[in-house]
Design a protein around this ligand. Structure first.
Ligand code: KG4
Ligand code: ZN
Length: 351
């Protein structure tokens, strides 16, 4: 079964063809990231306009490996694509509409089934795709799945590939937001968590622990809160900037402590959930799961007890392969007329 998947929920425009849920035929991602750097953040109208311009070229590129001779991309869809998968939310309304309306048009004209996809849930399905990961072992259930991205920090229990229960999420900011804010404060622009990771790697030693690890009370044992940590980072950066000790070395040390604080919390909560539910596997996904230190800490925590899985870096951040994988394993086709963009689509689902 060949699925053409399309993703446009934030500042990426992505399309992919996935065979039988696990084999990547193509994976194309165009980002307006650099453009937004000029504005100091994502400008929704700018993102949507760029996505309008890039969506057909991106889909065309994704269909290339399937194309026969000089046939049109429409003929390729008609003859060799079995279904479309489209992110319907959550995300920016203008961005979502670009993908949703394009996918609906292709579905309506080709008569192919179309499967609506929840972007946040889809992130975890990057772990079901064949990749070069050092953990190719099949995922044993139950699994605890941490989705950690720029807008979300969510924990789920998975009892099989379809059966997902939401366990908790952030009460305020997402972990990725905390990385992004810290990066901006430290002058790394729109570089986000990757810039913090790179600066942290320059630190020769651990800084003494100065930032809080917000763990929360029993009632919120599986929820997260990063706003206090964000404020503490702001305070630390300001103090450092005022002193004569604001150097590349101290910025590296602080970046390291920021990375330690965020990853400590993510690992602790996820491992608590794994213990509580007798999980056999731990799945990481979302942009922040690209973080090298986070992976190291999870490797150590999982040991031989849990199977640990995380996608290759390119499938941690936004992409359409995950969208296609979700559609294959958990999706249900709908009439194209009934599909709408849903910017506030809930991620707190139960099985
Ligand atoms: O999943 P994603 O591409 O987009 C959303 O759905 O939000 O995640 C983007 C987030 C950003 O906050 C970015 O700073 C973070 O992922 N990120 C990282 C790393 N690479 C990307 N955070 C920490 N370390 C990284 N290496
Ligand atoms: Zn995402």
């Amino acid at each position: 079964m060949n699925i053409l998947a399309i993703e446009s929920s934030c500042d990426e425009t992505a399309a992919a063809v996935l065979r039988d849920g696990r084999t990547i035929v193509s994976n194309v991602v165009a980002s307006s990231h650099d453009m937004h750097e000029q504005y100091g953040g994502i400008v929704p109208e700018v993102a949507a306009r760029m996505q309008l311009e890039s969506i057909i070229p991106v889909i065309t590129e994704a269909l290339k490996p399937m194309q026969n001779g000089a046939e049109s991309i429409f003929e390729t869809v008609k003859h060799r694509i079995d279904a479309l998968a489209i992110t319907v939310g959550p995300g920016l309304i203008g961005s979502l509409l670009v993908g949703v309306e394009t996918a609906k048009t292709i579905a309506a004209l080709s008569g192919k089934p179309i499967i609506p996809v929840n972007h946040v849930l889809a992130h975890m399905y990057a772990n079901f795709v064949h990749n070069e990961s050092s953990h190719p072992a099949p995922i044993a259930f139950p699994a605890i799945s941490l989705v950690v991205s720029g807008g979300h920090t969510e924990l789920y229990r998975m009892d099989d590939e379809r059966d997902i229960t939401w366990l908790g999420g952030t009460l305020d900011d997402a972990a990725g937001e905390c990385f992004d804010k810290a990066a901006r404060l430290l002058g790394f622009g729109h570089g986000g968590g990757l810039a913090i990771q790179q600066a942290a790697a320059t630190a020769a030693a651990n800084r003494p622990v100065t930032l809080p690890r917000p763990i929360l009370d029993k009632k919120n044992a599986l929820n997260f809160s990063f706003s206090g940590l964000k404020t503490a980072i702001l305070r630390e950066v300001n103090t450092l900037k005022k002193s004569s000790a604001y150097t590349q070395e101290t910025v590296g040390l602080l970046s390291r402590e920021i990375q330690e604080a965020i990853t400590d919390v993510l690992v602790k909560k996820t491992m608590d959930a794994a213990d509580a539910f007798g999980a056999r596997s731990i799945l990481l996904s979302g942009g922040v799961s690209a973080n090298q230190r986070l992976r190291e800490k999870f490797e150590a925590a999982a040991g031989d007890i849990y199977t640990l899985a995380y996608p290759p870096v390119a499938l941690c951040t936004d992409n359409a392969v995950s969208i296609g994988a979700y559609a294959y394993f958990r999706g249900a086709a709908q009439d194209w007329e009934s599909i709408t963009a849903q910017p506030d689509l809930s991620v707190e689902i139960s099985s």
